[in-house]
Design a protein around this ligand. Structure first.
Ligand SMILES: Cc1cc2nc3c(=O)[nH]c(=O)nc-3n(C[C@H](O)[C@H](O)[C@H](O)COP(=O)(O)OP(=O)(O)OC[C@H]3O[C@@H](n4cnc5c(N)ncnc54)[C@H](O)[C@@H]3O)c2cc1C
Length: 374
């Protein structure tokens, strides 16, 4: 088959990957000169530990397996099975971690509660004061800014993959399966996969006017290289408030006993921190749900992130080199991992993986490929 994939983010690239793996031909069209959406603005965390049990966890575990397999062929993805530590400060946060260990699938997630000393054996850079840490062995990271070009180079080597950047897809073809771009060129195929991220207007609105998807904006930053390894990804106890696996009476007690301070409350914050291959730390995040979104980044959340990161590391952070914001699309149906809809014959729209798109994209694309009969 000839498959037309629209959208050069991680979801589009993984759809292209599975089509090529199954022996098909792919034409991959991206509006920008290079991917510039959520997929290059994220942490690159392959985050399994906090996923909701059932389909979401299965998808994350399968994706984790696929990332590892893909990285064996494409080392440029920078996949590393580094695990994560969610650092607990105070008895209430430790209680939430303890509750997570009683989940029926705690072993599949690779969860273990560590003392502060044991946590430092995994990650000696954590010299700050804390009481315990929830270790998640299944978490990992990829290098999101370079993974997509590396994957495309691998696909191009098959001779069955064509990358067409700088072309916005405007229409589906009225006669047969395919798309028309804003250069006036048409691309015909047997199947179209629209992986257009958080761009919900234009063609997407025309095809699916009542899409059950909302948009979320996040603020992030990156430091100069740290002069030592941060051997695991790191989260703070506020992250318990954001991941569905941690819902429990212990979490309710934490929320009641320890409301977040005004800045993290206003910006709906948690701390996630991961070291890039160049040594810099990517640190975030905030969550903004109400549109219109700000067009500039707000300074107050950065002050909070610096404070928490320095408290966990027990030392000053290197200079902050970059600050940015990103927007992802998130399905509002909490029973689904993604919104996947056949919007026209042999034409699939796949969007709304939310804050788990970098993690789950290999598994999401695999499922689309199965459903579409690739
Ligand atoms: C700040 C931030 C941090 C995050 N951290 C993580 C994380 O650590 N782990 C995790 O699992 N997830 C994370 N996420 C979520 C994850 O990044 C997204 O779910 C994922 O990147 C979505 O991929 P995508 O390919 O659907 O979208 P995108 O990466 O946005 O790609 C969509 C592409 O489609 C193109 N496009 C749109 N319309 C057209 C058109 N008409 N014609 C041609 N091209 C078009 C766009 O230009 C864009 O390049 C984070 C998201 C953000 C914003």
């Amino acid at each position: 088959m000839r498959v037309i994939v629209v959208g050069g983010g991680v979801l589009g690239t993984m759809h292209a990957w599975h089509a090529i793996e199954r022996g098909h031909e792919v034409v991959h069209i991206e509006r920008e000169r290079e991917a510039r959406g959520a997929s290059v603005r994220n942490f690159g965390l392959v985050w399994v530990g906090g996923r909701a049990g059932g389909d979401e966890l299965e998808s994350a575990l399968r994706a984790r397996e696929l990332w590892e397999r893909i990285a064996a062929d494409v080392p440029g993805t920078g996949f590393r099975p580094a695990g994560s530590l969610t650092v607990c400060r105070g008895a209430e946060e430790v209680a939430v971690a303890e509750a997570a260990l009683t989940l029926p699938d705690a072993a599949e997630r690779g969860l273990k509660l560590l003392t502060a000393g044991e946590a430092r054996e995994h990650n000696p850079a954590l010299r700050g004061a804390f009481d315990a840490a929830l270790w998640c062995e299944r978490d990992g990271a990829v290098e999101s800014r370079v993974a997509l070009p590396a994957l495309r180079a691998h696909l191009a080597a098959t001779g069955r993959y064509t990358w067409l950047p700088g072309r916005e897809v405007r229409d589906l073809l009225a006669s047969g399966t395919g798309v028309r771009d804003d250069h006036g060129d048409t691309h015909e195929g047997d199947l179209v996969m629209l992986c257009t991220g958080a761009w919900l207007t234009g063609l997407v609105r025309e095809l699916a006017p009542a899409l059950p998807v909302r948009r979320v904006r996040l603020q992030m930053m990156q430091t100069d290289p740290l002069d030592e390894r941060l051997t695991t990804a790191v989260a703070d106890g506020d992250s318990f408030r954001y991941y569905p696996a941690y819902a429990s009476p212990a979490l309710d007690a934490l929320v009641a006993a320890r409301p977040q301070a005004p800045v993290p409350t206003e910006h709906r914050m948690q701390l996630l921190m991961v070291q890039r291959l160049d040594g810099g730390l990517t640190i975030g995040d905030t969550h903004e749900y109400d549109e219109p979104f700000a067009f500039d980044v707000d300074s107050a959340p950065y002050g909070h992130l610096v404070e928490v990161a320095e408290a966990l590391l027990g030392r000053p952070l290197p200079t902050i080199r970059r600050r940015w914001a990103g927007v992802y699309a998130q399905t509002v149906d909490t029973t689904r991992v993604v919104h996947r809809e056949e919007v026209a014959p042999a034409t699939w729209l796949v969007t709304g993986p939310g804050g788990r798109g970098m993690t789950c994209s290999p598994a999401i694309a695999e499922r689309t490929a199965n459903l579409a009969g690739l």
